[in-house]
Design a protein around this ligand. Structure first.
Ligand SMILES: NCc1[nH]cc(CCC(=O)O)c1CC(=O)O
Length: 624
């Protein structure tokens, strides 16, 4: 027996990647992320912010192009920061709520562009005052609290009027939460707009890149008389409780990582409020800089820091990493759904194979199929056409659907492609479709001359034949068949005169016929096409389900029409297999269809699926 004590052993509880996941009380989700965005007053601006990797100052006109892909990826909320570059700043921050200023214009624009996007606005005066401080000042440069609070409340209400879902004062003036709440209620927004208070906002060295980006550094002094001293746990706790009592709906701690204890305090002091934290510009820049210096892997560190925030008690994270997390968290989900859906293709293959086998066995047992290689039968209606609905070649399923199978398939594909979420509209997906369309053209209608299927029939012993009204079967050169058009004594005088002079004489006025290739191997073009189309559609469906979270209303219809078409093709496959072609011809059609689809699944055509790092369950150092 081992000398180990039972109480010593913990590792068994987290040996597996899944059991490690269970150690978290709460998992990161996309909804936890709120994305800070800088909006400037040049409507067409898209200017890189050097100290914030990947972040830009945006003009109102650029917001759609910038945010649409993110919204489609699951972005649910943003917080707006105004960066006025051309306005005239003054002592009270007049431009803050200018109706033609960037923030108010952006709120309105985003509300109309993205009805489901939650829009918060930072409320502060520092970007708009000539002195760069967050409030209104006395002569001596100290904060004049009352007018500051009045002005902040006025700005907040104006943002609410413009359509903001949430106002978030970051100014740190005493009493502004109460004033803003009052203002919101009096203006009729009490029950409509959320008040998120930057309650425990510390005078941090980590706002540097933000102040560069927003041009909001104070022109003299610092913010230590209103932002909290970094050592002040007690003040932070008092500020949190005060703001909750004054009517804040969400309590924020800022910056985040150096203040995990404050986040935990907030979660304990105001357990009935959502707790937000702001992973500020300096933290973001620091994580990037460390990764660039080779200290750690960027993504690993981004996860470790944000997961720490959640562990400390945060329910909402304001972070410049938001777009990255939309991608990273999507990949996690993708890793799961792709295995869940991996077999839709296989299931469809099994379905169509089974249907073909059943139909073909039935046709062989009961002799229901039309042997199209018998030239004497070709032009007659199917012997069962009267009694068996689908034996008639003129049944609607055949005429309107099967004969136009690739057209319908293309239609559904295009509908589905165009309504797909952005990340699904890949070029590879188009290539796949174009490749199979190429296969369809080559085999059924053209191959540097006659269609390949016709050539196969000729090479395997087929002849071009036609039948005269008296029942006689005549042979013509194969070229006549390749032309695929009707012949008559008028169009092919030579042919008729040589081959059948006697019947040529007695032919009725206006008689014509389409010659066909018979006796060769008449590979079933329908089975080929239906097999290929069904597998292709199933593959499309599989892609759709992978991105289910991003479907819009139209794409739901695309998915529905895809499913309906697959069902029609399966029914068509069944009727074809019961009534037409010999078993061997159906088999070769099926093989050709499957082979074409398999080729379309080569890596060249498939979207490069995200790399996955799977950790071995037991590594010597116990880390992933
Ligand atoms: N008062 C404005 C404000 N709102 C958010 C930040 C910082 C955000 C960041 O660094 O990402 C600042 C700067 C400051 O207080 O100096």
């Amino acid at each position: 027996m081992s000398k180990m004590d039972i109480s010593s052993i913990l590792q068994g509880g987290y040996a597996h990647p899944l059991s490690r996941k269970w150690q978290a009380k709460r998992q990161l989700t996309k909804a936890m992320f709120m994305y800070p965005i800088f909006i400037t007053d040049d409507p067409d601006a898209s200017v890189e912010i050097p100290s914030l990797p990947g972040q830009r100052r945006w003009g109102v006109n650029k917001l759609e192009g910038f945010l649409r892909p993110l919204v489609e990826k699951g972005l649910e909320s943003v917080i707006l920061f105004g960066v006025p570059l051309t306005c005239v700043k003054d002592g009270r921050g007049t431009p803050a709520d200018d109706v033609n200023g960037p923030v108010i214009l952006a709120i309105k624009k985003l509300r109309s562009l993205f009805p489901s996007l939650y829009i918060a606005t930072d409320v502060c005066l520092c970007e708009y005052t000539d002195h760069g401080h967050c409030g209104v000042l006395h002569e001596d440069g100290t904060i004049n609290t009352e007018p500051s609070v009045d002005r902040i409340a006025e700005v907040a209400v104006n943002y609410a009027r413009a359509g903001a879902h949430c106002v978030a004062p970051s100014d740190m003036m005493d009493g502004r939460i109460k004033a803003i709440k009052r203002g919101l209620i009096d203006a009729g927004f009490g029950n409509k707009v959320t008040l998120m208070s930057y309650s425990a906002k510390f005078a941090s060295a980590l706002y540097g890149p933000f102040r560069d980006a927003a041009g909001s550094a104070p022109s003299f002094g610092d913010r230590k008389c209103y932002q909290l001293p970094p050592t002040a746990k007690g003040l932070a706790r008092r500020a949190i409780q005060r703001d909750a009592a004054e009517g804040a709906d969400i309590i924020m701690v800022k910056p985040s990582l150096p203040y995990l204890d404050i986040i935990a305090d907030a979660a304990e002091l105001t357990p009935d409020h959502p707790i937000a934290c702001y992973q500020v510009s300096g933290e973001f820049a620091m994580i990037h800089a460390g990764a660039k210096a080779g200290v750690y892997d960027l993504k690993t560190m981004a996860f470790e820091t944000t997961e720490s925030l959640v562990r400390a008690g945060a329910t909402l994270i304001l972070s410049y990493f938001t777009p990255d997390f939309l991608e990273w968290l999507w990949r996690r989900a993708f890793a799961f759904t792709s295995t869940a859906m991996a077999d839709l293709r296989l299931q469809t293959l099994i379905a169509i194979t089974t249907i073909l086998l059943l139909g073909t066995s039935y046709s062989a047992l009961y002799g229901t199929y039309l042997d199209t290689s018998n030239a004497l039968l070709t032009h007659l209606p199917h012997p069962l056409a009267k009694t068996h609905y689908f034996a008639s070649k003129s049944n609607p399923l055949n005429v309107y659907f099967i004969k136009k199978a690739w057209g319908w398939t293309s239609l559904v594909f295009i509908f589905s492609y165009l309504t797909s979420p952005a990340q699904m509209r890949t070029r590879q997906r188009l290539y796949k479709y174009l490749f199979l369309t190429g296969v369809w053209i080559v085999f059924t209608s053209w191959f540097f001359g006659p269609a390949l299927l016709d050539r196969v029939a000729v090479y395997s012993g087929g002849e071009c034949v036609y039948q005269l009204p008296d029942g006689q079967v005549q042979t013509a050169p194969v070229e006549v068949c390749y032309a695929k058009s009707a012949i008559s004594p008028q169009t092919h005088e030579h042919l008729f005169r040589e081959a059948a002079p006697q019947s040529f004489i007695g032919l009725p006025e206006g008689w014509r016929t389409v010659p066909r290739i018979r006796r060769g191997h008449d590979l079933s073009g329908h089975v080929f096409l239906l097999t290929m189309a069904t597998l292709f559609l199933a593959d499309q469906l599989r892609a759709s389900f992978k991105f289910k979270a991003w479907w819009n209303g139209l794409h739901m219809w695309a998915v529905a029409s895809n499913i309906v078409l697959i069902s029609i093709w399966l029914l068509g496959t069944y009727t074809t297999s019961v009534y037409f072609h010999s078993p061997f011809e159906k088999f070769t059609g099926y093989l050709l269809g499957v082979a074409s689809f398999v080729l379309s699944q080569l890596p060249f055509f498939s979207q490069s699926s995200p790399r996955q790092t799977t950790s071995r369950p037991q590594q010597a150092d116990g880390r992933e």
